[in-house]
Design a binder for this molecule. Structure first.
Ligand code: ATP
Ligand code: MG
Length: 473
């Protein structure tokens, strides 16, 4: 098959690369993800990989020197690759290689090879496609492993024997599951078997690399595809046993609880229809994580998960730490949503008093809308009348919260009286009384004792200050 590249957006670039390679007496081919996505008519590319059967670094340099102004070429000596940026694309050049692997490492020892050797060492047939940029067969598709057919059949298959392929570099297991989730492909049966068999090898992959793939799964249209495969192959058990601990239904005295693992996957899929925010999707993934360790059957009340939100939000921290995920604001945001995840719904049972609504507004702050998105996604009952009832209850709480917010504006709470003003009132130096009084003002506003108002707050502080024994200046 020949791919007509003349209409391609990067035709001029391909032509230039072809000419420079010819002049240098080198071969050159486009390989990997770019070719796959081109044939699948998928997304606009961010990177293009080229392979040459001789030195990739010298090819990159000669090409870069033909471009005005010449881009800087970055060399990765260890990998024998070179890259430069061109019109927003990362262009990567590599010499064709032949690899062999040691037991204890994902890093192969590498020898120079032919295009065919290079295609064999790639992870999947759909990723081992190459397009020739050489003069004699410009545009020819080189597909030794029937990758095109696999694209049609939507399957992920390894070019060589699957067990060996996955055992050599177990990151490929995560890549298989990631591609299954993002492309909506099926992992071919022998591959799936091999992954299950070699699953323990995942332990030699760094957590950072696992998480790069995991986050791509989380950002796919239906993350449950990847999450289910991770569960089925045993990878999830190795990486996040806190999640698989949610699996299962227990029965005591004829009473059961829902399977919180499968419920979680549904919540993640639901939320993914409404947000591209990776961390909000993570909040959905972890919203019930505290349920396994808090589960109890109590006579009279049945199955309970008391305090699961609080424990869950603590578990977020240890999980993020272990998974080498960022520990700053993103983690705090996930913690906050997990902690608050049941609050809006609890309001329905406990009554929507203004003070409870104000407290929720105060605690959720700017993340209130995201909390609502999570709450809506959390409704997974199949019973349509129940579903309608939950939705209605929820809309009610949401509208009540809006009313309170308009009235009291505690969402992005700014104290109506500052520390300096309090110090001036009583002629005080900085000290613990200031903090105490500020906290009392906040509490009084949230409880509805005073409005969120400067004068009311001032009068309140004078009264409270006097009970603390302070004297007005
Ligand atoms: P993406 O759309 O995420 O960029 P990609 O297939 O281009 O997908 P890259 O990580 O950019 O993925 O890798 C480029 C190519 O390198 C792949 O298409 C594949 O041929 C090869 N490759 C990447 N990682 C591996 C691996 N672990 N084992 C074998 N081949 C790999
Ligand atoms: Mg790529």
């Amino acid at each position: 098959m020949n791919i007509n590249l003349t209409q391609n957006k990067n035709f001029k670039l391909f032509k230039l690369i072809s000419e420079v390679a010819e002049k240098n007496d080198q071969t050159v081919f486009i390989v990997g993800g770019y070719v796959r996505d081109l044939l699948m008519k998928r997304k606009t590319p961010t990177d293009i990989d080229f392979v040459t059967e001789s030195n990739g670094m010298s090819l990159a340099k000669s090409i870069a020197s033909e471009i005005q102004p010449s881009p800087t070429v970055t060399i990765f000596k260890n990998y024998g690759t070179a890259m430069f940026k061109f019109q927003g694309l990362d262009l990567e050049f590599v010499g064709a290689r032949k690899e062999s692997y040691a037991e204890d490492s994902r890093k192969p020892s590498v020898e120079t090879g032919t295009l065919d050797d290079d295609q064999k060492r790639r992870d999947f047939t759909i990723n081992s496609l190459a397009i020739s940029l050489n003069k004699e067969n410009f545009g020819d598709l080189i597909d030794p492993f029937d990758g095109v057919l696999d694209i049609k059949k939507k399957i992920l298959r390894t070019p060589l024997e699957p067990s060996q392929t996955y055992s050599d570099d177990p990151l490929r297991m995560m890549r298989a599951i990631r591609f299954a989730s993002t492309l909506n492909f099926t992992i071919e049966e022998d591959s799936l078997k091999a992954i299950k068999q070699e699953v323990d090898r995942v332990k030699i992959v760094s957590m950072e690399r696992i998480m790069v793939e995991f986050n791509k799964i989380m950002l796919s249209e239906k993350p449950s595809v990847g999450l289910k495969l991770m569960e089925e192959t045993g990878i999830l058990d190795l990486v996040m046993p806190e999640l698989t601990a949610l699996k299962g239904i227990e029965e005591v005295d004829g009473q059961t609880h829902k399977d919180n693992f499968w419920h979680t996957l549904e919540v993640v899929d639901n939320i993914s229809k409404h947000t591209e925010n990776l961390w909000l999707r993570w909040a959905a993934l972890l919203h019930d994580v505290g349920k396994a360790p808090t589960k109890k059957f109590l006579d009279g009340s049945g199955w309970t998960f008391h305090g699961h939100e609080f424990l869950g939000s603590k578990m977020v921290k240890s999980l993020f730490y272990r998974l080498k995920l960022p520990l700053g604001n993103d983690m705090k945001y996930v913690q906050k949503l997990v902690k608050l995840s049941s609050r809006p719904i609890a309001l329905i049972d406990d009554g929507t008093s203004d003070s409870a609504l104000r407290r929720l507004l105060f605690d959720a702050g700017e993340d209130l809308e995201d909390l609502f998105i999570l709450n809506k996604a959390d409704i997974t009952t199949k019973n349509s009348s129940k579903q309608a009832k939950f939705k209605k209850n929820f809309e009610y709480v949401a509208s009540k919260i809006k009313e309170v917010e308009e009235k009291d504006q505690v969402r992005n709470f700014q104290p109506p009286i500052s520390g300096e003003e309090i110090m001036e009132l009583f002629n005080l130096k900085p000290g613990r009384e200031i903090g105490i009084l500020k906290e009392k003002v906040k509490e009084a506003i949230l409880e509805g004792e005073i409005g969120n108002d400067k004068d009311e707050a001032r009068n309140f502080v004078i009264k409270e200050g006097e009970t603390l024994g302070l004297i007005l200046a």
